[in-house]
Write a protein that binds this ligand. Sequence first.
Ligand code: GLU
Length: 437
Amino acid sequence: MTASSSSQIPDQPFLDALNRLDLAAEHTSIPGEALQRLKHPQSIAEVNIPTRMDDGSLRIFKGYRVRHNDSRGPGKGGIRYHPEVDLEEVKALAFWMTCKCAVVDLPFGGAKGGIIVNPKELSPLELERLSRGFIRTLGDFIGPETDVPAPDVYTNSMIMGWMMDEYSKMVRKRTLSVVTGKPIPIGGSLGRHEATGRGGYYCLKELEAKQGWKPRDIRVAIQGFGNAGQHVARLLHHDGYRVVAVSDSKGGIYHRDGLNVPELIEAKNRRTSLQEVYCTDSVCDLTKADFMTNDELLRSDVDVLIPAALGGVITRENANDIQAEVILEMANGPITSKADTILSRKKKLVIPDILANAGGVTVSYFEWTQNRTGWYWKQEEVNSKLAEIIQRELDALFSVMQEKQLDMRTAAYVAALNRIGEAVGCLGTQSYYQQQI
Ligand code: GLU
């Protein structure tokens, strides 16, 4: 993979990410050589994981771990299980983690991993063998001071627990800080489970304060009703926001007066699809709702749109039809760079993924810190430290936006690149060595 320019093939996630990097770099003081490093992931592990199935057969699953950059600290980022995991996308996701950790000023670099698998087709025992096998095959590619995995799409705290346990057996030391997002009794942090949603919620609370919003007047649509989508919906609903539309992979539901979010979360977690909840469960009687497709939800007449599922859902095909004035990117990379240009021309406020969903990795950092000190924090302490970081960094981005006349995504990259540039600069760049001659 080489460095990109905007003339290269569009909509390839890593190239797409590098295009944005180049655009933002123009507004920074990052040394050219630091930028060059960011265009090449530091190391990539591609593994084949032999896994015994319940019927006695053997299946080989392919997995990846990309450590993008560790200038600011050990690699950090999730592991996803999905049939469409692909190396180019994992590289982009790892790059975003480098930027995300820098935007919220965590002492981490960026990494990401994934296994090509549909976890819904595996039994719990098969899933456990696969997860433990992945860690054994990766060996010392990961470690508390090299690269620290966490949950991502279709992975959860139990899987993180298996991974920590397997690594601990390998190194013959209980090593809690090798993975974050673990179950609470085996080294997890209070507040980590809901942290991604909560971080996004704090971003909107900051906007509420700045723009004088009255929650009841604000209509919200959420695409994706997994962990992040559910928690942001719950917190907003609790504050009186009107969550008028939500969807999952099978489709969406809409009601102009707002949906009953707590009932919906409960029912959704009992069943598999939101539309099924609405047509067969008692929730149908609590709130009447219309069905809509995922695409209709994205184009719906709301004030705040929250894409909280997979990447690349807002493209140049539908960007012109987006009605929401504010878009909170809870998913990683939901807006392609072509769509981004359209939205920015239309003066939409996009709170970019590298800040909007940084709550997860921020509380992962708290978990890693707690594991290493052995001193565990109360939930309120976790939440208030998270709120402080999100508010501080969002405010800083507003200042960069005003000062340099940039959209928020570019401002976020500018902030991240300046921090990464400083770290690289500490160890010497060309200009330093030239001065010494
Ligand atoms: N997978 C999450 C993300 O994309 C969390 C990463 C972490 O906690 O390390 O930000």
